[in-house]
Design a protein around this ligand. Structure first.
Ligand code: TYM
Length: 340
C-alpha cells in the first residue's frame, strides 16, 4: 500500500499537527510504502519570510524524525527537491475548474486573512493533488481540515482518467479516530493553528514543559463541572480527546477516570500528560537538529527516492495528454536532419 502526506514547514508545529497528522504518519509507516513531504512550495503562497524558510524546513525534518518517522522505512523529502510536483500541478490545472477552487473553504479563510491574495493561494489545492497523485497513493493520513483538499484530488484524478485514460490512482483520506480536529485551548470553537488561533491556546510541540503546563492550566473550560464530552462543552471535549491520545486510552475511559473530580485537577493532569508525550520528542529533536549534515543526507536520499517514484507517473501523464516526447541522445550528430 502506498501512503502519502504533506505538511508545511512554516509556522511552528503544534499539538493539532501532532495528533491529527504526525502521529498518524508514524503509525501508517508500518502499513506500507510511505512518503512524507515537507511542502515548502505550498508555504510561499501566503506572506512568509524567506530568511526563515530554510530553518523551518530543516527544523521540521528534524521534528518528523524525532517524532518517530524511520528513514529506513519512510521516504521523508522536501517538495522543492522534486520538480515533478510543480510540473504535474501545471498539467492537473487543466482538469481542475475555477469553480472547484473557488469553493475551497481553506482558500476563502486564508484569502480573508491576507492583504495580498496570491494566484498561488488559489491554485494551492492543485499542487496538493499533484503531490498525492504522483505517488499512486492509496491512503492520505490527514487532519479533518484537509478533507476537502483530498476530495478535490480524487475528483481531479477521476476527471484526468476519464479524459485521458486510466492513469492515476484514486486516493482515500484517512483520519485519526480521536483528535482529527484539535481545537484552540482559549477559543475552542476554532481549530488549533499558529496562523488562525491564539498564542496561549496553541500548544507547540517544542514548547518548554512549563509553558505547556501553563497553557493547559489556563485552558478555557465550559460551565458545569462534569468531565464529559458534549457539543455544549467544546473546551472540555477537546481536553478529553487530547488526554485520550496522550494517555493512549479511549475517551470514555478518561471520562470514567475523572468522574466527579471537577475541571481543575483534570486540566493539570492533561498538561502533565502532554509534557510526558512531548519530552522524548523534544530531546530527540535537539540532537537531530544539531547534526545538519546528517539531516541533509537523509533529505537528499528521500528526494532521490521520491524522484524515482514520481517520474514515471509524470511521464505517463505527459504521454496520455499527447505531448511530444523530448528525444535524448545525439540528435544532431550522425542523424542530422536533411536540409529542405
Ligand atoms: P498543514 O501543514 O496545515 O497541516 C499538516 C497536517 O496537520 C493537520 N492539522 C490538524 N489536525 C488536527 N487538528 C488541528 N488543529 C490541525 N491543524 C493541522 C492537517 O490536517 C494536516 O494533515 N495543505 C496541507 C499540506 C499538504 C498535503 C499535501 C497534505 C500539501 N500537500 C498532500 C496531504 C497530502 C496543509 O497545509 O497542512
Amino acid at each position: 500500500m502506498r501512503i502519502f502526506s504533506g505538511i508545511q514547514p512554516t509556522g511552528a508545529k503544534h499539538l493539532g499537527n501532532y495528533i491529527g497528522a504526525i502521529r498518524q504518519y508514524v503509525a501508517t509507516q508500518e502499513q506500507g510504502d510511505a512518503f512524507f513531504c515537507i511542502v515548502d512550495l505550498h508555504s510561499i503562497t501566503v506572506e512568509y519570510d524567506p530568511s526563515e524558510l530554510r530553518e523551518s524546513t530543516l527544523s521540521l525534518a528534524a521534528l518528523l524524525f524525532a517524532a518517530g518517522l524511520d528513514p529506513e522505512r519512510s521516504t521523508v523529502f522536501v517538495q522543492s527537491h522534486v520538480p515533478a510536483h510543480p510540473e504535474a500541478a501545471w498539467l492537473l490545472g487543466s482538469v481542475t475548474s475555477f469553480g472547484e477552487l473557488r469553493r475551497m473553504t481553506q482558500f476563502k479563510d486564508k484569502a480573508d486573512a491576507q492583504e495580498f491574495v496570491s494566484a498561488g493561494l488559489f491554485s494551492y489545492p492543485v499542487l496538493q493533488a499533484a503531490d498525492i497523485l504522483l505517488y499512486r497513493t492509496d491512503i492520505v493520513p490527514i487532519g479533518e481540515d484537509q478533507r476537502q483538499h483530498v476530495e478535490l484530488a480524487r475528483d481531479v484524478a477521476e476527471r484526468f482518467n476519464a479524459r485521458f485514460g486510466e492513469t492515476l490512482t484514486i486516493p482515500k483520506a484517512v483520519f485519526p479516530e480521536v483528535g482529527a480536529r484539535i481545537m484552540d485551548l482559549q477559543e475552542p470553537e476554532r481549530k488549533m493553528s499558529t496562523t488562525g488561533g491564539t498564542a496561549q491556546g496553541t500548544v507547540l510541540v517544542l514548547d518548554p514543559p512549563d509553558t505547556i503546563r501553563k497553557k493547559f492550566k489556563t485552558a478555557v473550560t465550559d460551565s458545569g463541572r462534569e468531565v464529559v464530552r458534549s457539543p455544549e462543552k467544546p473546551g472540555i471535549s477537546n481536553l478529553i480527546e487530547i488526554m485520550a491520545v496522550a494517555r493512549a486510552e479511549e475517551p470514555e475511559a478518561v471520562e470514567a477516570h475523572y468522574d466527579g473530580q471537577g475541571y481543575g485537577a483534570f486540566k493539570v493532569d492533561v498538561g502533565e500528560a502532554v509534557v510526558e508525550l512531548f519530552d522524548p520528542i523534544r530531546d530527540a529533536y535537539e540532537e537531530l537538529r544539531g547534526d545538519e549534515t546528517e539531516l541533509q543526507r537523509l533529505l537528499a536520499r528521500g528526494a532521490e527516492k521520491a524522484r524515482k517514484a514520481s517520474e514515471p507517473v509524470l511521464q505517463e501523464m505527459y504521454d496520455r495528454m499527447g505531448f511530444v516526447k523530448a528525444k535524448t541522445g545525439r540528435l544532431f550528430g550522425a542523424a542530422r536532419p536533411k536540409r529542405l
